[in-house]
Design a protein around this ligand. Structure first.
Ligand SMILES: Nc1ncnc2c1ncn2[C@@H]1O[C@H](COP(=O)(O)OP(=O)(O)OP(=O)(O)O)[C@@H](O)[C@H]1O
Length: 249
């Protein structure tokens, strides 16, 4: 098992955001975490990547309140629960965050180089970049363009490309489809499937159920900070209550 979340709970002040959540992702799988707005999906990813731990220890970040973080997060058999985000990323657990966030003043190429900052081997960096350009040829075409001027879809490709430059073993992607046109979403989801086919394990948080369920191996449904179901896409959709109440379909 590559990722194992055990009894994860997160509370900001008195608000219990995640309540005793346990799940796992096997090596090589593409697993999604879906559920209604505000269910706590991004919070789970932020906990996995060490960002909540960082907020708690440094009193920085988006939390302006007391944080309670309990449970355990194991990556490749070892606990990463008490590690800082950069230590977790160095182990190959990489988060591609919500709202894309490229370094907007930098070019596409500079963003990709920044993503590979931990790797000192130039030949390896070049290999990684060529792989990113194979998946996203548009980035190659726009290599010298300032990232802030890219379209939304291109910025999302760049955000994923930058994460891939870290050579993740597990890539967590938070809502990549937000604000994109249907055709762009479809293309992006195909690339995510290809990334998984290349051997990179993927944990995908999404609200776009129909496209997500076309590419995943399994999914978990989160609602009000608790896991309420898991299974293959077609199994979850076959349940009328789940489909109507939690998947909005
Ligand atoms: N730093 C914080 N302080 C207080 N409450 C927070 C904080 N971060 C998140 N929350 C609350 O936790 C809940 C879950 O938020 P989260 O962003 O994880 O949900 P989500 O499932 O990703 O939702 P969406 O799909 O809308 O992005 C929300 O009610 C949110 O307001």
């Amino acid at each position: 098992m590559l990722l194992e979340i055990k009894h994860l709970s997160v509370a900001y002040e008195s608000a219990q955001i995640i309540n005793d959540v346990s799940f796992h992702v096997e090596e090589g799988e593409l697993v999604s975490l879906v559920g209604p707005n505000g269910a706590g999906k991004s919070t789970v990813l932020r906990a996995v990547a060490g960002l909540i731990n960082w907020e708690k220890k440094t009193m920085k970040g988006i939390a302006q309140s007391d944080i309670k973080l309990t449970g355990d997060i194991r990556f490749d058999g070892h606990s990463v629960f008490n590690l800082m985000p950069h230590e977790i990323a160095a182990q190959g657990l990489v988060l591609c965050p919500e709202r894309r966030r490229p370094f907007k003043e930098m070019t596409v190429l500079e963003n990709l180089i920044a993503g590979g900052y931990l790797c000192k081997n130039q030949a390896e960096l070049k290999r990684r970049m060529e792989q990113v350009y194979t998946w996203f040829p548009r980035l190659k075409e726009r290599e010298n363009q300032i990232s802030g001027t890219l379209s939304g879809g291109e910025q999302q490709m760049l955000a994923i490309g930058r994460s891939l430059m870290m050579k993740p073993r597990l890539l967590c992607i938070d809502e990549p489809s937000v604000g994109l046109a249907k055709k762009v979403k479809e293309e992006l989801f195909q690339r995510i499937r290809e990334i998984r086919d290349s051997g990179i394990t993927v944990l995908l948080v999404e609200q776009e159920i129909s496209l997500t369920f076309q590419i995943i191996d399994r999914s978990y449904i989160l609602s009000h900070g608790q896991l309420i179901a898991q299974g293959r896409g077609e199994e979850l959709l076959a349940d009328d209550t789940l489909r109507q109440s939690y998947l909005g379909m």
